[in-house]
Write a protein that binds this ligand. Sequence first.
Ligand code: ZN
Ligand code: ZN
Length: 389
Amino acid sequence: MRALCWHDVNDLRVDDVPEPELVNPRDVVLRVTMTTACGSDLHFIDGYLPTMREGDVIGHEFMGEVAKVGRKVEGVEEGDRVVVPSFIGCGSCGYCQDDLWSLCDNTNPNAALQEPVLGDTTAGIYGYTHAFGGYAGSHAEYVRVPHADENCFHVPDELDDEQALFASDAWATGYMGADFCDIEEGDTVAVWGCGGVGLMAQQSAALMGAERVIGIDRFPERLRLAEREAGSETIDYTAVDSVVDALKATTGGRGPDACIDAVGMEAHGTGPAHAYDRAKQQLKLHTDRGEALRQAIVACRKGGTLSILGVYGLMDKFPLGIVMNKGLTVRTAQQHGQRYVPDLLEYAAEGEMDPSYLATHELELEESPRGYDLFKHKEDGCVRPVFVP
Ligand SMILES: [Zn+2]
Ligand SMILES: [Zn+2]
């Protein structure tokens, strides 16, 4: 079958690879009908995340049709149309039972690679380094889904692929980030980043009753999407002297009630702090450029909530004194998709939220390297390229 493979830093190619097979009795093999690129893929494409190996199939956000079913799978049958969260849950460990699916204790066979850096192990994830499990990814004609009864969610017939696909990750992650904020009526929520996850966080915050949602980015077309699709107010951070001052000014000097970082370790910014981060990152002295997160900490009102969705490794200059003295609540996680996907599919079916506008470019799998190029450089208004194998 054809699949998009990682060969080296900034070297992705579509190759012929063997088709996946059922390995365990609770596996299914899915024929992928649609899959999308994610900002977190860029971290290993750019060389900031180690433990990729030549020939690894990438991609972790996807949906498809069940092609083969293991003999112990219950509730999923050949031909079913399903969407699959990017982190793999087992459904039976204490973490899965507590709905903390990305912390699953059983689905990452390479825990020893992760522990030195992360202190413990996350769940496995498709197509995302050997430290995160070494599972083959979804930018392929077929993908193996382990623990299928816990990880396959049936897509209502009335939804098309673009409406359901983003429940796999971008939507579930953004929704979780808003959920972390325990939004109350009258709240103001600021969201750094108007990419897929940031836009989903903004729309979800509005859905949960935020009175004002403020999206922060630098790309005019993304800011327009935030205004049009999420009803957000926006700040172009290249057009203001200080994002923090702009947020304080618009909230009577208090700052937003909740701040969501949907940017992560490859944040862009302006000014000396950003230049310093970037130089250190390129010298491999630390892995993260933390501009967005630091702004969120400084801007958030006293007693507010900081919700971190951006992916980080090691970061210095983390202003913990501000977090402490302002009494901020910090909430963060990789996405616990299985907890949210059923609700999201219901919202979509009822017409309350439609994330399909994130799919700005639909390409065949053979064109996926070009899709990643458009995505990485945010060319041609690209929010998310989707690939149809
Ligand atoms: Zn993702
Ligand atoms: Zn588990």
